[in-house]
Ligand binder design. Structure first.
Ligand SMILES: Cc1ncc(C[n+]2csc(CCOP(=O)(O)OP(=O)(O)O)c2C)c(N)n1
Length: 644
């Protein structure tokens, strides 16, 4: 039974209050039954958010028959563990049947996972890693603002969750960018897993939001549906003190509200009732105990008829005219120029198809021209990478290609789990890291990202591209922008001469098109192959010349597409003769490891060596750092000759 509440009314009618009470009873039964049937799950928080969730769905714009309707408001459950509550309320609103939920909850292959996921109609984001949800909600709100839409974003958060630092980043950002279309509801039940929030880690929830410039409303009883309606409606209609600022409602609730022997016990944050306790709880609710019937039904194979498929919403992007460099340039400038040119072709007539975010490094990551061209699509997030990564990914699911640029260590290692959640959420996020490898030079080992490939390859849905020179950078960035999906592009810091073909023209010139999963034979040769990418490619080219001068006919395979990788080209190389990989990356977790795997997978017995970074670098000129780890042309020549 869905219930539409009229926001023109300032309070609920007696009839509506009675209906909501009955809906609560039905949903509370589902919460307890589903968790007991699954013998796991989170009944406590589900019961404490329940009344507010029911009212929220009565107020917002949504369509249970078309859960992907583009005009809908977004409800972002940062507390993904309260899935039994969310599914119960969605079932009540007609998104799916109670039977689908109760027979499937927490069973392998079903459409009703333990933490909320987008496979459930009505769920907007796969969540559960606490502290990231507000940034996601901020991204959605920012996207709506960019599009001039009046859609609202409602983010449900826990009070224990407020302990996470990323939330403070998101709060500040939402204030800076005046996201008045964002409403946060904090379920203030004072309980988390290991006790009260005061015992575990006391925090001043309202104080934190207030100091960040938000509208803050304290509600003394989040179970009083009429009071919650009055408060929520004001926030939704913008009847708040600062209309251009986001609003946080801190609602006092009771963990496991409504079941006398469960209330206020942290145990029930994440423990279901056993069958005896369930019978007792059902008596209190005044509902029939049909546990056995459902337990029997759960013996049948899971039904998967409700499972939502990923819906890709990505803009049509014009790739534009490539830019070819014939003198020394840094790849990051080529990136900045490509992004600017893409903005000129695509962010036209007030439409925003490409957005950009950086973290106090706009100049270093060369986003300045993009910023000037598209000021309403560029966001300075401050030194808040966790927030920026989660937010940018959320923007990228709202039909906007979103670029996030910072140094390699901050774009990858710093935000590893944020990018992981984005990967799970099938975003269209473009992470471009400008300072990778020993090539960072004098800033030293804390700034030399040498571990990013190993990390990025753990994700199943990120393509990883590392261009070899400014020309290839230009083509890679255009491909990454035109194609939907997550992409990581890494590059070094230094200026470099373009890689040339044997006839002296730029190899990655005007006719070159970058193809994901394809390597480029920059030199062919019969005596073996050097496989490389990125900032050390010029050293490899110098080594190629040195080997040639000594009569060795060596091939050079540039592998800018690290994921997917060109397995056929690797096999071809291994069949020709010795294979040497050369990379400005941790030697055990980069391209060398990939090539070794491909060789082994294909049962080949090639002579094979890997050159890469074998220890943390130092502060100094990249050329000296390369020489110290045999990554200069002399080291490459010496190593290759050992293999002959
Ligand atoms: C980053 C992160 N750390 C730890 C956990 C494990 N965890 C799940 S729920 C929870 C407690 C959350 O407390 P609260 O926000 O008050 O939610 P409630 O207990 O009210 O449901 C914890 C620590 C997690 N999901 N994410």
């Amino acid at each position: 039974m869905a219930l539409e509440l009229n926001l023109q009314n300032t309070e609920l009618t007696g009839d509506e209050i009675a209906k909501l009470a009955e809906m609560r009873r039905v949903c509370a039964r589902r919460i307890l039954l589903s968790t007991s049937l699954a013998a796991s799950g989170h009944p406590g928080g589900s019961l404490s958010t329940l009344d507010m969730l029911l009212v929220t769905y009565g107020c917002i714009k949504h369509d249970p028959k078309d859960s992907q309707w583009q005009g809908r408001d977004r409800v972002l459950m940062s507390i993904g563990h309260v899935s039994p509550g969310v599914y119960s309320v969605l079932a009540e609103n007609g998104y799916f049947t109670e039977e689908d939920f109760l027979t499937g909850f927490r069973r392998a292959g079903s459409g009703f996972p333990g933490h909320v996921e987008r496979i459930v109609p009505g769920v907007e984001w796969d969540t559960g890693n606490l502290g990231q949800g507000l940034s996601t909600a901020v991204g959605m709100a920012q996207a709506f603002k960019m599009k001039g839409s009046d859609q609202k974003v409602i983010c449900y958060m826990g009070d224990g969750e407020q302990q996470k630092g990323q939330i403070a980043e998101a709060m500040r950002y939402a204030n800076k960018y005046n996201l008045g279309n964002l409403i946060v509801i904090v379920d203030r039940n004072h309980i988390q897993i290991c006790g009260t929030t005061e015992e575990v880690m006391d925090i001043d929830v309202t104080g934190l939001f207030e100091v960040s410039g938000w509208n803050v409303i304290k509600l003394d009883d989040g179970h009083d549906t009429n009071k919650f309606f009055q408060t929520f409606r004001k926030a939704y209609l913008g009847e708040v003190a600062k209309t251009d600022k986001p609003t946080m409602i801190e609602a006092r609730t009771v963990m496991a509200k409504g079941i006398s022997f469960m209330e206020n016990l942290s145990k029930y944050h994440g423990s279901p009732l056993n069958q005896e306790q369930l019978a007792e709880a059902f008596k209190e609710l005044g509902v029939d105990n049909d546990f056995d019937k459902w337990a029997e039904l759960r013996k049948a194979p899971v039904a998967t008829n409700t499972k939502m498929k990923n819906v890709v919403r990505y803009p049509d992007i014009v790739g534009g005219e490539p830019i070819t460099y014939d003198s020394k340039t840094d790849c990051r400038s080529a990136y900045g120029n490509a992004l600017h040119s893409l903005a000129k072709d695509n962010n036209v007539g007030g439409a925003i198809k490409i957005a950009g975010i950086s973290c106090d490094l706009e100049g270093s990551v060369k986003m300045g021209d993009f910023h000037k061209h598209s000021p309403t699509a560029y966001f300075e997030a401050g030194i808040q990478e966790h927030h920026a990564a989660s937010m940018g990914a959320a923007i990228s699911r709202e039909e906007i290609a979103c670029f996030f640029s910072t140094f390699g260590v901050f774009a990858v290692s710093e935000v590893y789990n944020q990018n992981r959640i984005s990967d799970i959420n099938e975003t269209n996020f473009k992470v471009v890291a400008t300072h990778c490898g020993l090539d960072v030079g004098e800033d030293g080992p804390t700034h030399q990202g040498i571990d990013y490939i190993g990390l990025m390859r753990n994700y199943f849905r990120f393509n990883v591209y590392i261009p070899a020179d400014p020309n290839q950078t230009d083509r890679v960035i255009r491909t990454a922008t035109v194609d939907s999906g997550n992409v990581f592009v890494g590059m070094g810091r230094s200026k470099m001469a373009p890689i040339l073909a044997e006839d002296g023209t730029p190899f990655f010139g005007n006719d070159y098109r970058f193809t994901p999963g394809k390597g480029d034979w920059v030199r062919s040769g019969k005596a073996g192959t050097i496989i490389t990418y990125g900032a050390v490619t010029p050293n490899v080219m110098e080594a190629w010349q040195g080997l040639k001068d000594e009569g060795h006919d060596v091939g050079v395979l540039v592998m800018a597409s690290i994921a997917p990788v060109d397995r056929d080209a690797i096999v071809e190389a291994a069949q020709k003769g010795p294979v040497l990989t050369v990379e400005d990356h941790h030697v055990d977790t980069g391209l060398g490891a990939i090539v070794a795997t491909v060789i082994a997978d294909n049962g080949l017995a090639a002579t094979f060596k890997r050159l890469g970074v074998t220890r943390y670098g130092a502060s100094g000129k990249p050329a000296d750092l390369y020489a110290s780890q045999d990554l200069d042309s002399a080291g490459i020549v010496k190593t290759f000759k050992e293999m002959l």
